[in-house]
Design a protein around this ligand. Structure first.
Ligand SMILES: Cc1cc2nc3c(=O)[nH]c(=O)nc-3n(C[C@H](O)[C@H](O)[C@H](O)COP(=O)(O)OP(=O)(O)OC[C@H]3O[C@@H](n4cnc5c(N)ncnc54)[C@H](O)[C@@H]3O)c2cc1C
Length: 313
C-alpha cells in the first residue's frame, strides 16, 4: 500500500508528488497523458519558464521527480476508485490496480468548444480563452472576441489596450446599446451577424466568416469554452461539487470525503467564483494539498491530533 496515490500528472499532480517525495512518502503518480493546455505552443505567465512548451514542462517535472526514490510515475488512466479499509483502491484501464492510504485528485478540466466550426483546429494556437495566457501574444495584432455579453465586451475592451484592432462578434445575439456605444467609443468595432466559420491553416486563424457580409481577416480570436471535469473520479467518490462541476475543497485542498484531496483546475474553494486556471496556481494548490495530506499521515502514524481544524467543521 502506497502512502498516497495521485490521479493526474499535470502541474498540480507533479507538484504534489514532489512535496510528498520530499518527506519520503511512498507515492504513485498516475497520469493518462496530455493536460488541458496540450494544444498550446507554450506555457505563458509562468515565472522562470515563460513560453516553455507544455510537453517540455512535463519532461522537466518528471526529471525532477526521478531523483526522489519513493516517487513512482506511471502512465495510465484511472477508471475506478473505491474507499476501502484504511485507504483507497484504484483500477487502471490497463488492468492494473493501486492501493494507497490517501488519495489526491488532480485530473484537471477538459474544454468543450461550442460553435463556430473550425475552432478545434485553432484552439490554443490562435483561438484562445484567457487574456493572461495568450493576451500578450496578441500585442499589435488583429483580434476578435466572440460573444455579446457584458463579460465578452469587457474582454474586448481589455484587449483593445494593446491589440492593433479589436472586433466584437455578437454572433447574432442582441448586444446592449450602451455596451455597443462603449465599445465603439473605445475603437472596438462590432459585427452583429452570426459567425458561421473560423478559417485558418496550421493552427493560424486567417479570417472569420459570417452569415452575411464580408469575412473579417483576424490574427486571433477569443472564443467561449465550456470547461468540464476531465474525469468522474471525484463524483464516484461522492465528493461535494459546485453547480459548475468544480470539486469543492477547503483552503487546504481537502474535499468533503475524508482522506481525499483535490488540487489544480478541477477544484476550487467556495470563496472563489471560478477555478484559478493557471499552471502556477495549479502547482501551488498541489503543493498545499500534499503538505496537508502528509500532516494527516503524521497524525495517523504518531497518534497525534491534526494541526489544522477539522475539514468542514
Ligand atoms: C488552450 C489552453 C492554454 C493554456 N495556456 C496556459 C498558459 O499559457 N499559462 C497558464 O498558466 N495556464 C494555461 N492554461 C491553463 C492550464 O492548462 C491549467 O491551469 C493547468 O493545466 C491546470 O493543471 P492541472 O494539473 O490542474 O491539470 P492538467 O494540466 O489538465 O493535468 C491533468 C492531468 O490529469 C490526467 N488525467 C485526467 N483524467 C485522468 C484519469 N482518469 N486517470 C489518470 N490521469 C488522468 C490528464 O491526462 C492530465 O495529464 C491553458 C489552458 C488551455 C485550455
Amino acid at each position: 500500500m502506497f502512502d498516497a496515490v495521485i490521479a493526474g500528472g499535470g502541474p498540480a499532480g507533479m507538484s504534489a508528488a514532489l512535496t510528498l517525495g520530499r518527506t519520503h512518502r511512498s507515492v504513485m503518480l498516475l497520469d493518462a497523458g496530455a493536460g488541458r493546455n496540450a494544444p498550446a505552443e507554450g506555457v505563458h505567465n509562468l515565472l522562470t519558464r515563460d513560453g516553455t512548451p507544455p510537453a517540455r514542462l512535463r519532461e522537466l517535472g518528471h526529471a525532477e521527480l526521478a531523483s526522489y526514490p519513493t516517487v513512482q510515475v506511471r502512465t495510465g488512466t484511472v477508471t475506478g476508485v473505491r474507499a476501502g479499509d484504511g485507504g483507497f483502491d484504484l483500477d487502471l484501464a490497463d488492468g492494473g490496480a493501486v492501493t494507497a492510504r490517501r488519495l489526491l485528485l488532480a485530473t484537471g478540466l477538459a474544454d468543450d468548444l461550442p460553435a463556430p466550426p473550425g475552432v478545434e483546429a485553432l484552439w490554443g494556437r490562435s483561438a484562445f480563452h484567457c487574456p493572461y495566457c495568450h493576451g500578450y501574444e496578441c500585442t499589435g495584432r488583429t483580434v476578435a472576441v466572440i460573444g455579446a455579453t457584458a463579460a465578452r465586451a469587457r474582454l474586448a475592451l481589455q484587449l483593445s489596450r494593446f491589440a492593433a484592432g479589436v472586433a466584437l462578434c455578437a454572433d447574432g445575439e442582441p448586444l446592449d446599446a450602451a455596451l455597443r456605444a462603449r465599445l465603439e467609443a473605445n475603437g472596438v468595432s462590432v459585427r452583429r451577424e452570426a459567425v458561421t466559420r473560423l478559417v485558418g491553416a496550421d493552427g493560424r486563424l486567417d479570417r472569420i466568416e459570417f452569415a452575411g457580409g464580408p469575412s473579417l481577416p483576424r490574427d486571433a480570436v477569443f472564443v467561449v469554452n465550456v470547461p468540464r471535469q476531465a474525469s468522474d473520479l471525484a463524483e464516484r467518490l461522492g465528493c461535494a461539487a459546485f453547480a459548475d462541476g468544480c470539486v469543492e475543497v477547503d483552503e487546504f485542498g481537502r474535499t468533503s470525503v475524508p482522506g481525499v484531496y483535490a488540487a489544480g483546475d478541477m477544484a476550487r474553494r467556495a470563496s472563489v467564483p471560478m477555478p484559478l486556471s493557471a499552471v502556477v496556481a495549479a502547482a501551488a494548490s498541489g503543493t498545499v494539498a500534499a503538505a496537508v495530506l502528509d500532516q494527516d499521515l503524521v497524525s495517523a502514524d504518531f497518534d497525534l491530533p491534526g494541526p489544522l481544524a477539522k475539514a468542514r467543521g
